[in-house]
Design a protein around this ligand. Sequence first.
Ligand code: NAD
Ligand code: IPM
Ligand code: MN
Length: 359
Amino acid sequence: MKARIVTLPGDGVGPEVTAAAVAVLQAVAAHYAHDFSFDEQLIGGAAIDATGEPLPAATLAACKNADALLLGAVGGPKWSDPNAPVRPEQGLLGLRAALGVYANLRPLTVHPALASLSPLKNEKLHNVDVLFVRELTGGAYFGAKTRTADTATDECKYTVAEVERVTRRAFELARGRRQHVTSVDKANVLETSRLWRSTVIRVAAEYPDVKLEHQLVDSMAMLLLTQPNRYDVVVTENLFGDILTDEAAALAGSLGLLPSASLGEGRKGLYEPIHGSAPDIAGKGVANPVGTILSVALLLRHSLQLEAEAQAVEAAVDHVLQHGPHSRDIGGDAGTDAVRDAVLAALNDHANSSNASAD
Ligand code: NAD
Ligand code: IPM
Ligand code: MN
């Protein structure tokens, strides 16, 4: 198939992990006879430096025209002055809003070979398989902001329609999994959470086959560590989802391992690892590319409907996590390129053995 893919390397380790993931997409195209074109665009701090804006009009136009988008990360100390008039993160938020990608899927599994890296005891990590569905285009991130010399506000607003659509997405996804949705809110304190909870309860009635439970976000932060294998689909608002998924990444062994897919109504999606620009290791060639490579698998699955190819990428990553080489964050000494090459080799073996069995 033909597909136009816009790449948005961004800042810090963004370009390093994006390059590794593009190499994987190119290998998929070669093995499975697809025609993927790549169009690299500016976003974040790199875009501010080049154009003064974190999301230039040319970038947005290219993204609107693409079948799928692959992003590295944005931000870094260079642009982090709390009084700066413009920030790299505004580029990413603007892109999410412009594309209407309201559902951010962040799957968490724990590879047995990495369980010893988790701060949790091994037995807690058996059968951990959680799909976080984070609302991505509402809440405090997008409400009105004010700032004077001595006061600042971030309005947190949700509409029923915003909660309904992300809830439906979570229940649909739960139907293809273990039919269990946990909705996380702070309904004991926040009005937005009370609207969230009553909307979720109403939508849940459309899915009698799926079990719903509610959990307050503070206790959820604890339960994620004490009983992570209790959860199937976890749906929550923007800020809670941001925080809980970085916490969840610690269970997997590293923030560098988790992918994400941001989806709206159509097939087009924005794919990115959940980590940031990792300024402490940027430019050293040591970033773990696995979160971005697994994001490519999600891109193949959700935007291009190439399930076999998505599974081939996941199997190749699985093989590398099992046998190495491992990057530093997961206890090894391999650089980004060595991990990429190992994934490419495993993908090659996988594709050749599938071709052989098809003959
Ligand atoms: P971060 O995710 O960049 O880094 C946190 C820690 O995890 C660091 O020690 C880092 O070295 C490590 N880490 C992250 N990714 C890694 C990888 N692939 N391999 C190995 N180690 C990895 O979070 P931060 O330091 O809080 O934020 C830095 C900047 O990134 C900020 O400007 C923030 O706004 C931005 N950010 C961007 C995104 C995004 O673009 N989607 C996401 C999160 C943070
Ligand atoms: C993420 C990041 C972003 C967010 C920032 C960079 C805007 O932390 O993708 O998780 O908070 O959504
Ligand atoms: Mn985050």
